[in-house]
Design a protein around this ligand. Structure first.
Ligand SMILES: Cc1cc2nc3c(=O)[nH]c(=O)nc-3n(C[C@H](O)[C@H](O)[C@H](O)COP(=O)(O)OP(=O)(O)OC[C@H]3O[C@@H](n4cnc5c(N)ncnc54)[C@H](O)[C@@H]3O)c2cc1C
Length: 456
């Protein structure tokens, strides 16, 4: 099929209430450049910023008729750049309304809403469900890949709070999905990964009441890292579900690595101090902040935006605390991070999972990693101006770090931190659920219209 002519793009523009942009036009880059600049060179032939559900159907119809590959884009935060291609990007960012009902706790978002939109709607009702820690992450990508947050040990995953979603499929049908209607597709939308089955134009979540809580930031010298990792993993294992931690070691440029713990407790700071006592007893932090917060202040404390350079991430599921030898290996790798022009540097972190995440069966939703105690995330970054040799050295470092830790972790990887270099991604992301996801894909998208590098 010949590539679409200018007149075809003009026809698409006339078909939608939203707007079509071609390369070079104002707003084109903002609507298509991926968050991860590793994929910034991928330029779509066009972007359609859709205004409503009918626009989504028309954009899909046009792409099918024109033989143009299409991908959906919400927050654009896909680690693997899966919301940008060389065909048509269907930009959902204008479909960002969120309504919240304080009596029922039901929260309905349009398909392109971002974290900031969701928080703004739920805060007046003092209710929440697990949400991501960046104001600009899209709810679409977050929930479809499971979605974890600082409240996940109590509230479960974002996908665990999903009670209904509406999907425009490749043949233009609008399907309502919940536990009773299109139940298989609903199951797939709870962890089966963004972009695979259609374009979700709405999501409804069950939120729960929230109250005041506390947060902490602790920083230690590199010398204390082995003791801190050991004690903190035990703190998480023994601690209540209300306690959440991100235990990290990070290094930037030629400076020494720094160890930190950041997190939240759904209880007062006095309790939080007691929970943290065992680690404070083994190593004195160089920086300590433990404070009572409203739930919304805590959310702001934990919001995190990086410098938006290019990056690569490898993840693994950890079901038992990492033994000392694994921590020593991890620390020595971080000490030898090659470095780059990015101020983000690199490192490794353990995110506390467990709790409510583990109380859902492995096949109850498409999210299979239900035995995780921690998510291990290893990352490195570089500037777009860095030489290819710098990029190669950082990617080699990440791959060797992952290989060195593989004896201590499970083969699972987090489908929300997609890794384009992962060979066996089907099993790693979806485990036992992959065959069922594949069957659902064959049924709702038999021609594979929604296709990208790691699509089901
Ligand atoms: C700074 C930062 C912080 C993060 N924090 C967290 C966190 O706290 N917890 C967590 O679990 N993850 C987190 N993530 C990972 C994030 O959840 C995933 O990268 C997610 O896929 C991003 O969703 P998005 O809509 O922003 O991205 P996009 O790149 O727009 O979309 C990601 C994928 O989902 C598809 N998609 C998006 N919207 C829809 C839709 N409505 N219908 C169908 N398919 C859709 C896209 O086609 C693409 O394949 C973070 C990522 C970053 C960069």
């Amino acid at each position: 099929m010949r590539p679409p002519a200018e007149t075809d793009w003009q026809r698409l523009d006339r078909m939608v209430a939203g707007r079509v942009r071609r390369p070079g036009e104002p707003g084109f880059r903002g609507a298509s450049t991926p968050f991860n600049k590793r994929f910034a060179a991928t330029t779509p032939a066009g972007v359609v910023s859709v205004a409503n559900v009918e626009d989504v159907r028309r954009a899909i119809e046009w792409a099918r008729d024109s033989g143009v590959a299409a991908v959906a884009r919400s927050g654009g935060h896909s680690y693997a750049g899966h919301s940008v291609n060389t065909g048509l990007v269907i930009d959902l960012s204008a479909m960002n309304t969120v309504s919240a009902n304080g009596s029922t706790g039901l929260v309905t978002t349009a398909g392109g809403a971002r974290m900031a939109d969701v928080y703004a709607a739920i805060q007046p009702h003092e209710m929440a469900f697990a949400l991501g820690n960046s104001a600009t992450v899209g709810i679409g990508g977050l929930v479809l890949g499971g979605g974890c947050g600082a409240t996940s040990r109590v509230f479960g995953l974002t996908a665990d709070a999903l009670v209904a979603t509406t999907v425009v499929t490749a043949d233009g049908r609008l399907l309502h999905c919940d536990a009773n209607e299109n139940a298989d597709l609903f199951w797939a939308c709870r962890g089966g990964g963004g972009g695979n089955f259609g374009i979700n134009v709405s999501f409804t979540f069950q939120a729960r009441p929230v109250a005041d809580c506390s947060t902490y930031v602790l920083v230690w010298d590199r010398a204390d890292a082995p003791k801190v990792f050991s004690a903190l993993q035990e703190v998480v294992r023994r601690g209540p579900d209300e306690f959440a931690a991100r235990i990290g070691v990070a290094k930037v440029g030629g400076s020494e690595a720094v160890v930190s713990a950041v997190g939240q407790h759904l209880g007062p700071a006095s309790e939080l101090r007691e929970i943290l006592d065992p680690v404070l007893a083994v190593a004195q932090p160089v920086h300590t902040r433990i404070a009572d917060r409203t739930f919304w202040q805590a959310k702001d404390d934990l919001l995190h935006e990086t410098a938006e350079d290019a990056f690569a991430v490898r993840t693994n599921i950890v079901t038992e605390p990492l033994p000392d030898e694994a921590v020593a290996t991890m620390l020595s790798f971080v000490d030898s991070l090659p470095g780059s022009g990015s101020p983000d540097g690199g490192g490794a972190a353990l995110f506390s999972w467990g709790g409510a995440i583990n109380r859902v069966g492995r096949t109850d939703t498409a999210f299979a990693h239900r035995d995780a105690m921690f998510l291990l995330s290893m990352d490195t970054s570089w500037a777009e101006t860095d030489e290819p040799a710098v990029v190669a050295a950082n990617l080699r470092w990440l791959s060797e770090l992952g290989d060195a830790l593989s004896p201590y972790v499970s083969d699972g990887a987090f489908q929300n931190f997609m890794d384009p270099d992962l060979a066996d991604w089907r099993t790693a992301y979806y485990g036992v659920n992959y065959p069922r996801l594949r069957k659902i894909k064959d049924r709702v998208d038999p021609d594979g219209f929604f296709t990208f590098a790691q699509s089901i």
